[in-house]
Design a protein around this ligand. Structure first.
Ligand SMILES: O=C(O)CCC(=O)C(=O)O
Ligand SMILES: [Fe+2]
Length: 312
């Protein structure tokens, strides 16, 4: 049932599936506290032992902030995440989507502040999925991750079509966008091939969430802006699925210091199947997305042409 929704829409809310087994309120409290402290000390992160690479502001959209490797920075958060990723049912689901060797990479908390200007429509790496834990009730579009529903089925990627649009377009196309509605503590999942962004804030409240990037077997992960987990932190963890998933040296082949390839196996990887365009039948694309494609192309292409002419 939930599978079907995820594969049709590109995103799904599983609900509060961990409310009985994990301390959700503690996770919410500690995550917000950690990011707020980083924002407060953003000019001097060294003082609070946070590396510059772990902290993002503006680079993920003006008026928003994110802190990566939050489990390494906070023991309570780490314990709760270990419980989540060692959960048998969730592990089964994720292995079905991403293959049994899938890796967990960025575990971050993100804040959309009252000044958030939004994040333009984009896609992320092939086969990537994000696990989202809502840290606030999500009952309106403002400051929420937004999606063009079922756009993961569009054959071409947004960058191939040169359709990476600025946040301004989100307001223009609000009626085409969906967001994951839910309550704080809900666990959601999305396919990063789905065209997505973040809607600007209403100016009235901020919104936090936890974003955990999951990478499929046979794909490369890592980036020049990210740091791998410290050996000291990994060494301090009890042996578990979680420990292996976040350790980039297990089940991988090194491509470079910053990029690793995840070992492949014969297991099925549903998230990667969407990257094979022939399987994504055009009939599956909604009229709304077709409308979005046609009208954005007719705005963006001529605008770019005019800009180029004026620039000469
Ligand atoms: O900040 C957001 O809600 C969007 C984040 C995003 O694009 C992602 O996690 O891939
Ligand atoms: Fe993204």
């Amino acid at each position: 049932m939930k599978d079907e929704k995820l594969f049709n829409d590109g995103f799904v809310n599983f609900g509060d599936i961990f409310s009985k087994t994990i301390e959700v309120q503690k996770l919410i409290f500690e995550s917000k506290k950690l990011l707020d402290n980083a924002i407060l000390n953003k000019e001097n992160l060294k003082k609070i032992e946070i590396s510059q690479n772990d902290f993002n502001d503006d680079s993920i959209g003006e008026g928003s902030y994110a802190l990566k490797r939050i489990d390494q920075h906070n023991k309570e958060i780490s314990k709760i995440l270990q419980k989540i990723f060692n959960n048998f049912q969730l592990n089964e689901i994720l292995e079905k989507y991403l293959g049994k060797n899938f890796k967990v990479h960025q575990i971050s908390v993100r804040k959309s502040s009252e000044d958030d200007k939004g994040l333009g429509i984009h896609q992320d790496g092939p086969g990537q999925m994000n696990l989202v834990i809502l840290l606030d009730d999500n009952d309106d579009i403002y400051g929420s991750t937004v999606f063009l529903k079922n756009s993961h089925l569009i054959n071409s990627r947004a960058e191939e079509l040169k359709l990476l649009t600025p946040p301004l377009f989100l307001k223009l196309y609000r009626f085409c966008l969906s967001y994951i509605s839910g309550k704080s503590g809900d666990i959601c999942l999305f396919i990063n091939r789905t065209w997505h962004g973040r809607y600007p804030s209403s100016g009235k409240k901020s919104k936090y969430l936890m974003l955990i990037s999951l990478h499929a077997e046979g794909t490369e992960y890592g980036s020049e802006y990210d740091e791998w987990y410290d050996d000291d932190y990994l060494g301090s963890l009890p042996n578990s699925k979680f420990k292996d998933r976040i350790n980039h040296k297990i089940g991988t082949t090194k491509i470079s210091d910053k990029i690793f390839l995840i070992n492949d196996s014969s297991s099925k990887k549903i998230s990667l199947s969407f990257e094979e365009p022939k399987k994504n039948k055009i009939g599956n694309i909604s009229l709304l997305n077709l409308f979005y494609l046609i009208t954005t192309i007719s705005i963006v292409y001529p605008a770019r042409f005019i800009k180029r002419c004026l620039g000469k």
